[in-house]
Design a protein around this ligand. Structure first.
Ligand code: DX5
Ligand code: ZN
Length: 212
């Protein structure tokens, strides 16, 4: 089954609860982009806002940490109320001891994920895949919404799907009606989309069209 994870980055940040409600009938997850202004050249929001979103909605959260030293911060996100339905995903490139951080997320009862920047090769992070519930393949450079989809990154999706039939494979960046189907063909089963959902007049209809 293909799941959709609307990215709040493209929503009206002054109306987060409404942004979540507006996709409640169609969304399987709510994607929260956490940026620290160091790992990526942009800054968004942190654990208190994730806690508020968690309180405002029953939709599982798909938290995407784009921060340096994620091991220092994951406890704050776990304490924000994440549970066994939520993903807590950090960047492989930001953490020298990814195995330890994955284990801590798993031990806290939250679903661990690793996110992979466009330039990182499959062979570098392959050893971690068996430890996580989600691999999030970036199909743009992390940091901003509205960038162009990098189709050549789907080779990583194909390799993961071949070797790990049951792991959730997310794709993030430039996903729209057209690129979604190419990503799904490659083996992705979790589609993150910001602009293609919240940039549309009716985000609910936009999701239906992407999933069609
Ligand atoms: C980018 C973020 C994405 C972003 C995607 O660093 O990780 O989740 O919201 O935006 P679109 O769908 O507009 O490419
Ligand atoms: Zn993201």
């Amino acid at each position: 089954m293909i799941r959709i994870s609307p990215s709040l980055l493209s929503a009206d940040l002054a109306r987060l609860a409404e942004a979540v409600d507006i996709v409640a009938d169609e969304a399987h997850y709510i994607h929260c982009d956490i940026m620290d202004g160091h790992f990526v050249p942009n800054l968004t929001f942190g654990a208190p806002v994730v806690a508020a979103i968690k309180r405002a909605s029953a939709i599982p959260l798909d938290v995407h940490l784009m921060i340096e030293s994620p091991g220092k911060w994951i406890d704050d996100y776990i304490k924000a109320g994440l549970d066994e339905k939520d993903f807590l995903t950090f960047h492989y490139e930001a953490e020298p001891d990814s195995e330890e951080v994955i284990k801590r997320i798993r031990d806290s009862g939250v679903r661990p994920g690793i996110a992979i920047k466009p330039k990182t090769e499959y062979e570098q992070f392959e050893y971690l895949i068996k430890l996580v519930d989600q691999v999030l393949i970036m199909t743009v450079e992390p940091g901003f919404g509205g960038q162009e989809f990098m189709q050549d990154k789907l080779i990583k999706v194909k390799k993961i799907r071949q070797a790990f039939p049951s792991v959730v494979i997310g794709v993030d960046g430039g996903i729209d009606i057209n690129t979604a189907s190419v990503a799904v063909q490659a083996g992705a089963d979790l589609l993150v989309a910001g602009t293609a959902i919240y940039g549309q007049p009716d985000p609910g209809v936009a999701i239906k069209n992407i999933l069609r």
